[in-house]
Design a protein around this ligand. Structure first.
Ligand SMILES: [Zn+2]
Length: 609
């Protein structure tokens, strides 16, 4: 256990949070902190702070915060032990594992190791396959790309990989868990999942092979197959090429999303390095949230009539919720990014990227496309479908822009633009009123829960100031806890944090807030610790600490007076009587607040201010 804790501390010492975060976020100096746009929520002004001194981060927009471990956990969707393992590898620290967490880890590790072995096998097989290499040459994929993407070939055989893994002493039932081999029904043994296919290893953002995609080079009716879901591979959370694209996405603040492996490779190789692919699945909310860590400007470059495009349009609400600016690249019929780029149409693709349409314009275009705009009936029907699209647009400015655009399709356009615009506008407004009636109930519920959450409490604020003062080392922790014991803090988070700081102080003779971040991660005290360390209003910390302690005592006294008065009222109203616990509490308060032995009646205490 001690070894484990040491390893955690060693990783913390070796990895600088600023280096780590800078891979995803452009940070700028701001006082003692660095500031940037939060990778975890949508924002236009930076509220994401990193404190190099304490090695922690905090977003004041969405409230997320923590240390290097929680940052990687949140960014890459990892558990603590995965994040630790990844960071340890980066830092060159080795970790001993025991217990249940150790076993769960090794199961995952096993699959990753088998994937790595299989990846090498497929690469080796590609070198030996004339056919596969000819295919790649024909698709314009050169040697360097083959190496970079670790492309491979699965031979036209039922057991080539199965045999290879057996020779390497790898358990085939583990290989089956990795999705590489399949158990034979009825009889003993396993057979290869990928046969006669070009292999695209799929990497996670930590560059590990989590799965494979295979394109048939024979006549198989399934053009592409992927690894099945496994402990390490979830299709709807994985974007192909993201490991190569992430830096470019952050730098250019824009991501291009394509549908296939070939599209992603062709685009990245042609210099559109900020490209990722969905691997034939619809874009999910998870995909969108993963992309949101890197940029909130997305361009969807799907085949115009593909299922992927239809799904992308349906998923635009995910993008909106995540605060994305999404544009749609309108691909010529029958083309995809790979086919365009393979012909060397780099500049054409670049200009298509620049001319990509906002989703709403694309939807309006689609709404009009289904109708015959040469006839009045066709125009009327087209405008009705377009009005339904506009009704969903929240921004009034956007609606007006589109109403002006649509006016020319109005049957009466020739008699006056204003009239046509008014007609469309009233149709849109009518639809919006209908929509808002259905949406209202849920909004009301949201409002009331927000009100409940915001209830300021002076005592807790004062306690936070005291803790902030300790953490900023403006006062020695021991001095504070002498007059204000940790167990006497009244707030849940303030007491937890005070107790953690106190036990650290007892153990080490000093406080070390940065090594508490892991221990307290995910608790109210952990959130408070990052709050107090980063961005806590400096002026609050300049009150002499004795003054704050006195204010706390005054505040506590006030609360006790209030409690005493409330109990006196209860006594008068006959709610409590002699012998009740609350009656005893009342007399205890009277003695404490007025001095022992004072023979005051309940009545007198009521007039007390
Ligand atoms: Zn945030």
């Amino acid at each position: 256990m001690a070894a484990f804790t040491d390893a955690v501390e060693e990783v913390r010492r070796r990895i600088d949070i600023v280096d780590l975060v800078s891979q995803d976020v452009a940070l700028r100096k701001s006082g003692r902190n660095l500031k940037g746009l939060c990778p975890f929520h949508s924002e236009k002004t930076p509220s994401f702070h990193v404190n190099p001194e304490r090695q922690i981060w905090k977003c004041f927009g969405c409230g997320a915060g923590g240390d290097i471990f929680s940052y990687v956990q949140k960014r890459d969707n990892m558990t603590f032990s995965e994040a630790l393992e990844w960071l340890a590898r980066k830092a060159g620290v080795s970790i001993e594992r025991t217990g249940r967490a150790g076993r769960a880890q090794s199961e995952k590790e096993k699959i990753l190791r088998i994937n790595a072995v299989a990846c090498e096998f497929f690469q080796e097989m590609l070198l030996r396959s004339e056919k596969a290499r000819a295919y790649l040459a024909e698709r314009g994929i050169g040697e360097s790309a083959v190496g970079k993407y670790k492309l491979g070939y699965a031979p036209d055989s039922w057991d080539a990989l199965t045999e290879y893994l057996s020779r390497k002493q790898i358990s085939l039932s583990d290989a089956a868990k990795a999705g590489l081999v399949i158990a034979r029904g009825g009889s003993e043994g396993y057979y290869d999942r990928f046969r006669d296919r070009l292999i695209f290893p799929i990497f996670d953002t930590s560059e590990r092979v989590v799965g494979f995609g295979g394109r048939t080079l024979g006549g198989d009716s399934a053009k592409y197959i992927n690894s099945p879901e496994s402990l390490v591979f979830a299709k709807n959370k994985t974007l192909y090429g993201l490991n190569f694209a992430r830096r470019a996405i952050v730098e250019q603040d824009r991501v291009i999303v394509v549908e296939g492996y070939m599209d992603a490779i062709a685009a990245q190789e042609a210099g559109f390095e900020n490209t990722v692919a969905t691997m034939g699945t619809a874009l999910t909310e998870d995909h969108v949230n993963i992309l949101a860590r890197f940029s909130r400007n997305a361009i969807l470059a799907f085949d115009a009539d593909s299922a992927g495009m239809a799904a992308a349009l349906r998923s635009s609400s995910f993008f909106e919720r995540a605060g994305f600016n999404v544009r749609i690249l309108v691909m010529p019929k029958g083309e995809d990014p790979d086919s365009l780029l393979r012909r060397g149409d780099r500049s054409r693709f670049a200009s298509m990227v620049e001319k990509a349409l906002p989703v709403i314009d694309y939807k309006v275009k689609l709404a009009l496309a289904g109708h015959d705009l040469r006839t009045d009936e066709g125009k009327t029907a087209a405008l009705r479908s377009a009005a339904a699209v506009l009704a969903e647009v929240e921004s009034a400015v956007e609606r007006e822009r589109l109403i002006k655009y649509l006016a020319k399709y109005h049957p009466n356009f020739s008699t006056g633009t204003t009239r046509a615009e008014d007609d469309i506008r009233s149709e849109v407004e009518l639809l919006r009123r209908r929509l808002s009636r259905t949406g209202e109930a849920s909004r009301v519920r949201e409002d009331s829960s927000q009100q409940r959450a915001a209830k300021p409490n002076l005592l807790e604020r004062l306690e936070k100031i005291v803790l902030g003062t300790i953490i900023a080392e403006k006062v020695e922790a021991g001095k504070v806890f002498e007059v204000l014991p940790a167990k006497d803090f009244t707030g849940e988070s303030t007491r937890q944090l005070a107790e953690a700081l106190y036990s650290q102080f007892v153990e080490l003779g000093k406080i070390k807030p940065e090594s508490l971040t892991t221990q307290l991660a995910g608790t109210p005290a952990g959130d408070l610790l990052t709050d107090l360390t980063i961005g806590f209003d400096e002026s609050e910390l300049n009150h002499p600490f004795e003054e704050v302690v006195r204010a706390i005592e005054r505040e506590k006294k006030k609360l006790r007076h209030a409690r005493m008065r409330a109990l006196a009222r209860k006594f008068q109203e006959g709610v409590i009587k002699k012998g009740d616990e609350e009656f005893e509490e009342y007399w205890r308060l009277v003695r404490e607040l007025k001095g022992i032995g004072v023979d005051n009646s309940a009545r007198d205490s009521e007039s007390d201010g």
